[in-house]
Design a protein around this ligand. Structure first.
Ligand code: PHE
Length: 455
């Protein structure tokens, strides 16, 4: 038996957890979700979701990992035997699927970092993405066949992930996050400072912050807030259980959860400011309104941002490269956290070395990711992402919390464990959130999703 790995320092663990949470979602998803769901008013459901589900579940998952010291399936097995082990595998399966397309997006961002220097995408940024990068130009419906240009950056992404993961928890994951996260913060601050000093930035910020209070009466806004918090904090993916299983015995759980949660939200807010300031500039240049240019995801990062970079005065190539570099850094630190779930799962289950599970698990993910690097891969990617986000996350979160609280009845034991060392207590507030609020809200979300998708 190999000795179980441990984080070297508390800061190392927190940086790794923040590294997992801060990802593409913070940069390209949050700004638009907030804008669409009430702008400034969205902060109310958002904070509510963070405090009633995000942080309480983070505390729960940190407790599980720390108490049972195993990968997600092993931790659930130790909690309640075979009847619970599958929960861990489900989280791992979802993580595996995400890792296969997340890597492809990081690969595109790498390509675009290089393209930025001479704005190689030209004036028609949409045509460039779909034509030159994704090779869809001649026949939009056609799928299949590897796109050679994506292959090299994709291999590079996997190579970086594998090198970090092979080096282990302390000398690989912790070290990488110690370098990448501070670097990401510096790079992103530079982008935000540039963005808010552009012409029209205020217009964008106004659109982002202007509160539409009437939205608060709309249940979809609350569902959006909960859905986003789950994805953004990487909870219910087996990740936080895995990472906290490497905590030393004497570790402060609740405090770490609060720091992780707030750091992630802080970054999200910063991204909202940067993205919308840039969109305000874009709208001003194009003589359009912010609503016309605001969007999320692939379209925001690879179509609208290149346009913004085209228009930017002075050192535009440099700032463009910084933007795509920030996507790469945020993406890689999340990617390694998702891969670690199945590396730990395989090692625990089959009693094999870390090296073997990295080669086998990440190798398989890399092979599957080729599917998304084909012509039309974007469509597979969209479909996978849609189902994972809609069903995977909320469903696992709901079932995980419901089983632990109401079926396995572990809340008391976990509360004592979480409170062993900490200046912040998981008290009545924590119990009420997990017993009632989270199951009710997530139950409603699932019901709503089924209704929309089936009827
Ligand atoms: N939390 C990451 C983000 O905001 C996404 C993520 C989800 C990462 C699941 C890993 C696992 O982008």
């Amino acid at each position: 038996m190999e000795q179980r790995s441990q984080w070297g320092t508390r800061a190392g663990f927190i940086l790794a957890a923040v590294g997992s949470a801060v990802g593409l979602g913070n940069i390209w998803r949050f700004p638009y979700v907030a804008y669409e769901n009430g702008g400034g008013a969205f902060f109310i459901p958002y904070l509510f979701a963070l405090l009633t589900a995000g942080i309480p579940i983070l505390i729960l998952e940190f407790t599980i990992g720390h108490k049972y010291r195993g990968s997600a399936p092993l931790s659930f097995f130790r909690m309640k035997g075979k009847a619970a082990e599958w929960l861990g595998w489900w989280g791992i399966f979802v993580s595996f699927v995400i890792s296969t397309y997340y890597a492809v997006i990081i690969a595109w961002a790498m390509k675009y970092t290089i393209y930025s220097f001479n704005t190689a995408w030209g004036d028609d940024t949409g045509g460039f993405l779909f034509g030159s990068v994704l090779n869809l130009a001649d026949n939009p419906g056609e799928v299949g066949g590897l796109v050679p240009g994506v292959l090299i950056p994709l291999i590079l992404v996997w190579a970086i992930a594998i090198i970090i993961l092979l080096a282990g928890v302390k000398r690989g994951i912790e070290l990488a996050n110690r370098i990448f996260i501070p670097l990401l913060v510096v790079v992103f601050l530079l982008i935000v400072i540039r963005a808010v000093t552009l012409d029209g930035a205020l217009l964008g910020l106004d659109a982002f912050f202007k509160p539409d209070l009437s939205k608060l009466a709309d249940s979809t806004v609350w569902v959006a807030a909960y859905g986003h918090i789950f994805f953004s904090l990487s909870i219910a993916f087996a990740i936080m259980i895995t990472y906290s299983s490497y905590l030393p015995k004497k570790s402060d759980i609740t405090n770490n959860a609060f720091i992780t949660g707030f750091a992630n939200s802080g970054f999200e807010l910063l991204a909202g400011i940067g993205v919308f300031a840039a969109l305000g500039f874009m709208a001003t240049q194009a003589g359009e309104s912010v609503a016309d240019v605001a969007t999320a995801g692939v379209g925001l990062a690879f179509v609208v941002f290149p346009q913004i970079i085209n228009e930017m005065p002075g050192m535009n190539g440099f700032f463009g490269a910084l933007f795509f570099l920030s996507l790469v850094l945020a993406g890689i630190t999340s990617l390694i956290s998702i891969c670690e779930t199945y590396i730990a799962g395989l090692s625990d289950k089959f009693n094999i070395s870390r090296t073997k599970s990295v080669i086998f698990g990440v190798g398989l993910a890399a092979l599957v990711s080729l599917l998304f690097a084909t012509r039309g891969g974007l469509y597979f990617l969209d479909t996978a992402d849609y189902f994972i986000n809609q069903f995977g996350v909320a469903a696992i979160g709901l079932i995980e919390v419901f089983l632990i609280v109401w079926v396995f009845r572990k809340l008391d034991v976990f509360q004592v464990h979480a409170n062993e060392i900490s200046d912040i207590r998981a008290g009545t507030w924590w119990r009420i959130c997990l017993k009632y609020i989270t199951p009710l809200v997530l139950g409603y979300m699932m019901f709503d999703l089924l209704r929309i998708n089936i009827m």
